[in-house]
Design a protein around this ligand. Structure first.
Ligand code: ADP
Length: 374
């Protein structure tokens, strides 16, 4: 069990490649922290610096309050699970799991006890005599986890551990990992490029881009209050709709206006949002606004109750997904995706009335792309 503290952590690779800059975070004991972001944003580098597999160029790293910048990996009391599992093909599952303990000269009885216990937690007791070639992808993944568990580490580092599994198994293993985290009561730091994985598992998520931390927050907060346009569009599926817009004030109401030419659409912002001082600063200025597909409503009750939010839309395409449909609409020349109940029958090519929940609209500075509403 351990806390991990990153203070101004940075990494510059030879050739002046800045992979991570000024990473600051206090990870508490027993947290399940996820580092997420597009490929190349510095997630693995950060994890490898915590593991001690990569030198830290700048800043200080503490594990349980101890400065570990210069402590070798084996003395950091951490265990890392890799994407490719890195199992030894010529060894049985038991041997693979016990290898790390053996080289640490752990007594035989102790090794057997720990491997049996880990195998039980992972439900692979019946596989201990098999070799990796005779295991499924999911079973190999469990062995890789088992090898980490037997070492009883203070911190688990996991680098895209599910990316080699098929979609169905990934979903199962996600739930398994959450259970494992609850059982082991240990700090987990987990890297993934998959925002769904991040949203379903983490207690806190770190969104990175270009080596820079964009936002650190629990999943729901990240979804509800993204700090900038990048986080807003990276988190959540289907992706948040965004469009250029302008803000204006008339008759003491604040309006958001978007679209092309004559046919611009003008919608009032609710008072609590429109009258925020941060928003009032933007009157008459260009902004970017965003609305999630689930915040565009097609059901007649909602529309009847919110006449001020209703717009005319052309339905361009309807994708039936089962209980819900993805509907692609055009409002004033701007395309939006909406997720609606499939019971509401919408036809491609038709004109409909649809409501934009203006309480859920996000507005960003057009230059800095930082939020002005959250
Ligand atoms: P992620 O895990 O988010 O995909 P990485 O941490 O692997 O990103 O990489 C971050 C940046 O550092 C990338 O631009 C990558 O090309 C670069 N990088 C990673 N490893 C090395 C290395 N050994 N030498 C030079 N540049 C590297």
């Amino acid at each position: 069990m351990a806390s991990v503290t990153l203070k101004g952590i940075g990494k510059t690779y030879p050739g002046n490649v800045v992979a991570v800059s000024d990473f600051n975070m206090d990870i508490e004991d027993k947290e399940f922290v996820i580092l997420v972001g597009p490929s190349g944003c510095g997630k693995s580098t950060t994890l490898r610096m915590i593991a001690g597999l990569e030198d830290i160029t700048e800043g200080s790293l503490y594990i349980d309050g101890r400065l570990v910048n210069d402590v070798p990996p084996k003395d950091r009391d951490i265990a890392m699970v890799f994407q490719n599992y890195a199992l030894y093909p010529h060894m049985t599952v038991f041997e693979n799991m016990s290898f790390g303990l053996k080289i640490r000269k752990t007594p035989r009885d102790e090794i057997r006890r720990r491997v049996t216990e880990a195998a039980k937690i992972l439900e692979i007791e019946n596989l201990l005599d098999r070799k990796p070639a005779a295991l499924s992808g999911g079973q190999r993944q469990r062995v890789a986890l088992g090898r980490a568990i037997v070492r009883n580490p203070k911190v688990f580092l996991l680098d895209e551990p599910l990316s080699n599994l098929d979609a169905k198994l990934r979903t199962t293993m996600r739930a398994e990992l959450e259970k494992l985290h609850a059982k082991l009561q240990t700090t987990f730091i987990y890297v993934t490029h998959d925002q769904t994985e991040a949203m379903t598992m983490g207690t806190r998520i770190v969104v990175m881009k270009g080596g820079i931390v964009q936002q650190i927050a629990p999943p729901q907060e990240l979804f509800d209050k993204p700090c900038n346009l990048f986080v807003a569009t990276f988190i959540g599926t289907p992706q948040m709709n965004t469009a250029n817009a302008s803000l204006s004030i008339s008759d003491s109401s604040v309006y958001l206006e978007f679209g092309e030419g004559e046919a611009r659409t003008r919608l009032p912002l609710p008072e609590w949002k429109g009258k925020k001082p941060e928003v009032l600063d933007y009157m008459g200025r260009e902004v970017i606004f965003g609305i999630r597909p689930n915040d565009i409503h097609a059901d007649s009750d909602y529309i009847a109750q919110h006449p001020e939010q209703v717009v005319e839309a052309n339905v361009e395409l309807v994708e039936l997904l089962g209980a819900e449909s993805n509907v692609f609409i055009n409002v004033s020349g701007v395309e939006f995706a909406a997720v609606v109940d499939s019971k509401i029958r919408l036809e491609s090519g038709s004109k409909i009335k649809i409501a934009f929940d203006m309480n859920a609209v996000h507005i960003f500075d057009a230059d800095t792309e930082k939020t002005i509403t959250n």
